[in-house]
Write a new protein. Structure first.
Length: 884
């Protein structure tokens, strides 16, 4: 028998589980061992050996190795071995950089892995989908991906989209009853939910019958296209730049070699020096350092509760000029409390804060109880037309489910209505809430088998659907005065930043069709709740900081215009001349018209997810880089279309998470700001080490070129060149990638997304510093060499030391766009440590006798050091004053 042919109780028996209690912990452990993790097997990672060997596949490195081999065969053992060792160490460094990048990318993937809601030991909990086992009772709702193959046990308007399996993109209605038929295709098994397919509407529960490769998806997983590793635009740009840099480096090196040979240097010497120079000058470590900087930055973002799903977002974040954010939950706490109630034409007040059930209902000064006309039924209906549960943990109340629903449960408790009342009613059908409909309904049957419909939703949606209104004396026809009265109360509540929610009912005949479009019409409006959702404390300052950083914050909400306006004013988001647009106005505005006014708009109210797409497009056409948040399943298109799609870690659906490039673990607007700071910083850090690496390389090439042009001996021997490259390009460059942001990172406007890497003076800085570094090394060489022409090693040691020291001082210069004097050099501990270790290594090479013949060095005197230090500080100090 197939799962779809069985009744739910048979499935329960077969899998030793009940839908009321779920699996026990013992069962889960056993099954996890038996079936393994619930995941589709993906391709194997590249082997470590391969990554290591890849470090040597570079053409110039190969030539260098070949040249060293020849040198070795010609008897230059020491040189050959030294070069080999350096190349090997360099390879290890590259390997570690790449490993680190790879590891942090894998960690990232794990962090944004999907979660599933399962019932275990009678409690609903969220676990990584990977840990779901056969027999688990799972709950799914619109926007979720189904975590495994399930036999559906309960469906409320559950619809799924299974195109990945069946090719059919129309959603399929799912139900819980068994079906006959022997060889049904997946698409006909309408009481089954399949792994990785998407819930497009409604909600439901089911029992897991297959996990991992034992699912329908598992069977076709091997046929699926493997995901390719993608590079970010910056990585791509750098790869392109790398090619140019290689060409330039090779050209210059060739020039050095040619001039050298022309001046009478032996061809063999010049060849080895040239190849070493080429290896040193080609910034082969650049792509790996960029990836490391990006992924380490991403780790820092995780600490600030932002998970980057696509590395490219890190770059784009720094360019963001507009943040469009949902109000509820992102700018506000998403902790609703009913504060006011409009009932019987009067305004009642409810005391109490948060979800605490202590509070009282007042009319003016009078305390009201359940006898007050219609109050009990209004609150009871609020409890019944509800999907949340009110729970306690360590004496504190919290809501499991929608906070709007939760607020109604708390209000009912304040009136003394207990949860047990629920047992007197049976839910027959649910029409779920979505932001498009802005309402939800329940068909309920009482003990006497009388059926009625309860609908709750936005007042402007419910009032036109109501023909009657409940008054103290009973049900009355709704007149225009009643509508006016309701509108007044809504405006009054909204002005106080309260979110309004109307509730209505309708008695149903026994045989009334529950599927007709007229079901939610001819309602009797009972009352309106006004609930408070306080703004998050940190959001106001975040908005202010963003404004200073040239980033506009825009509020998008499904709430009433006045509520939105009031909250926006509290948050200082809406300037005096700022505009508020609402959904109906948006409907009548084309993207072009919207584009013309969009710079003045700060709040969009009563919008549906479709409007969001229009808003994104209009901002983009105005030249903005847009960050857009979303949580519901319908938000996905707008999130995809935006430049930085942002989804919610706590309340978001799987679909929006998949469409997004950034996930906010705490759903908080302020986290977007932190991510932007980090995004800007990462880009600046990348600029810093590009500047450092390239200026150093320019210096290395120029000192050689200048010396050749002046018909001087070689100022550096090949091992020295390679050593400089290893010590300066390795750790200090990486440490720059970890640098703290400059104080003014949020004081300037966003970066232009089209700007090149060398813009804002970077190209000039590289060339000018490079020239001066080359020059000081040359001067040091000339002075030392002239002082002792018979001892070439002496001159070379001084030049070598000056070159290294100038670079190690210059690295601090690179930390600032302004001047070396503007920052504390010890602020970046990694940098201070890496420079210190480089200096120690330098001293070892100079003073440790066994290494002196290897590196062609000799011990330097105090006087030599005075000269070296004076010259090495020169480039940074010089430019520190000009600030160019
Ligand atoms: P955001 O600010 O994140 O866009 P929102 O909460 O402002 O979200 P929606 O969730 O679309 O917007 O809600 C719009 C309106 O729908 C609310 O003002 C309220 O009147 C109504 N509403 C919200 N939640 C529910 C619910 N659970 N049941 C019925 N109606 C609801």
């Amino acid at each position: 028998m197939k799962w779809y042919q069985m009744d739910v109780d048979v499935v329960e028996q077969k899998l030793h589980v009940t839908t009321k209690h779920g699996l026990t912990d013992k069962q889960t452990d056993g099954r996890r061992k038996q079936y393994g993790p619930n995941r589709l097997e993906s391709q194997k990672n590249t082997s470590k050996w391969l990554i290591f060997l890849k470090q040597f596949q570079d053409f110039m490195v190969l030539i260098l190795l070949a040249a060293t081999l020849i040198a070795g065969m010609l008897g230059e053992y020491v040189d050959a071995i030294a070069i080999m060792v350096i190349v090997l160490v360099n390879g290890f460094l590259g390997y570690f950089q790449e490993q680190k990048a790879e590891k942090s990318l894998t960690k990232l993937k794990e962090m944004s892995a999907p979660v599933a809601s399962v019932l275990r030991e009678g409690k609903w909990e969220k676990i990584p989908s990977q840990e779901v086992v056969v027999g688990d009772v799972v709950r799914v709702k619109s926007g979720d991906r189904i975590p495994a193959d399930i036999r559906i046990t309960n469906s409320s308007s559950l619809e799924t989209e299974e195109s990945a399996l069946t090719g059919e993109s129309l959603p399929v209605m799912k139900h819980a009853t068994s079906i006959t038929g022997d060889k049904l295709d997946a698409q006909d098994q309408v009481n089954m939910g399949f792994m990785s397919t998407l819930v497009t509407r409604g909600s439901g529960t089911g029992i897991v019958v297959g996990t991992g490769m034992n699912t329908v998806m598992g069977q076709i997983a091997s046929l699926m296209v493997k995901t390719k590793k993608t590079t970010t635009p910056l990585e791509h740009k750098l790869a392109e730049l790398g090619k140019i840099l290689i060409a330039v480096a090779l050209l210059l090196t060739a020039l050095v070699v040619l001039v050298g040979v022309y001046q009478g240097h032996p061809v063999y010497n010049m060849f080895l020096a040239g190849v070493s120079l080429a290896v040193a000058a080609i910034p082969e470590g650049l792509p790996a350092i960029v990836t490391v900087a990006l992924s380490l930055g991403v780790q820092r973002m995780i600490k600030k509760k932002a998970i980057v799903r696509k590395l490219s977002a890190v770059e784009t974040l720094g360019c963001a000029s507009v943040i469009c954010s949902d109000k509820t939950g992102t700018m506000t706490e998403n902790q609703m409390t009913v504060k006011e109630v409009f009932l019987n034409g009067k305004l009642l007040y409810v005391t109490g804060d948060g979800y605490d059930v202590k509070g009282t209902v007042y009319l003016n000064q009078d305390v009201l109880d359940r006898d007050y006309p219609n109050l009990e039924s209004m609150f009871l209906y609020g409890m019944l037309c509800n999907n949340a549960s009110l729970m306690t943990k360590k004496g504190r109340y919290y809501v499991d489910g929608d906070p709007t629903d939760g607020a109604l449960l708390v209000a009912a408790r304040k009136l003394g209505l207990s949860n047990q009342l629920h047992d007197n009613y049976r839910i027959v059908q649910e029409l779920p809430f979505d932001s498009e409909r802005k309402r939800m309904s329940m068909v309920v049957e009482d003990d006497n088998r009388m059926r009625f419909l309860i609908t709750k939703g936005a007042p402007d949606v419910l009032v036109p659907r109501s023909n009657y209104v409940m008054k103290e004396q009973g049900r009355k026809l709704m007149r225009s005065e009643d509508k006016q009265e309701i509108n007044q109360s809504i405006n009054h509540m909204a002005d106080k930043a309260l979110r309004t929610l109307a509730i209505a009912m309708k008695p149903l005949a026994k045989d009334e069709s529950l599927n007709s479009a007229a079901l939610e019409k001819d309602l009797t409006l009972i009352g309106v709740y006004g609930m408070m959702d306080p703004p998050r404390k940190e959001v106001k300052t975040a908005i202010e900081e963003c404004r200073e950083a040239g980033i506009k914050s825009v509020m998008i909400t499904g709430d009433h215009e006045k509520t939105a306006r009031a909250i926006a004013t509290q948050l200082n988001l809406l300037p005096e001349d700022g505009m508020v647009l609402d959904g109906s106005q948006l409907n009548n505005t084309s993207v072009e018209e919207l584009r013309d006014i969009i710079d003045q708009v700060y709040v969009f109210a009563r919008v549906t997810p479709e409007h969001k797409l229009k808003i994104v497009k209009a901002f983009q056409e105005e030249g903005h880089i847009v960050a857009m948040t979303g949580d519901g399943v319908n938000d996905a298109p707008a999130i995809k279309a935006s430049d930085i799609g942002i989804s919610m870690g706590e309340s978001g659906t799987d679909v929006t998470k998949e469409a997004s490039s950034l996930i906010l673990m705490d759903d908080n607007f302020a986290t977007i700001k932190s991510a932007i700071i980090e995004g800007r910083n990462i880009y600046e850090n990348i600029r810093k080490f590009i500047r450092y690496l390239l200026a150093s390389n320019v210096g290395e090439i120029l000192v050689m070129l200048f010396a050749m042009l002046l018909a001087m001996p070689l100022p550096l021997v090949p091992v020295q060149i390679l050593w400089v490259n290893l010590v300066t390009d390795g750790l200090p460059a990486m440490a720059l990638g970890l640098d703290q942001s400059e104080d003014d990172v949020m004081k300037n406007g966003p970066r232009n997304s089209k700007e090149g890497i060398f813009s804002r003076g970077l190209g000039f800085k590289i060339v000018s510093r490079g020239i001066v570094i080359g020059l000081v090394a040359l001067i040091a060489f000339m002075i030392a060499y002239q002082g002792d022409p018979d001892n070439l090693n002496y001159g070379q040691t001084v030049a070598f030391t000056t070159l290294v020291m100038a670079q190690l001082i210059h690295v601090f210069d690179c930390r600032s766009e302004h001047s070396i004097f503007s920052r504390n050099p010890f602020e970046n501990k990694y940098l201070a440590l890496s420079v210190l270790s480089s200096v120690l290594l330098l001293l070892v090479v100079i003073y440790w006798e066994p290494l002196q013949p290897v590196f062609h060095t000799l011990a330097l005197s105090f006087r030599d050091w005075m000269l070296i230090l004076a010259l090495s500080f020169l480039p940074s100090v010089l430019f520190g004053f000009t600030k160019k």
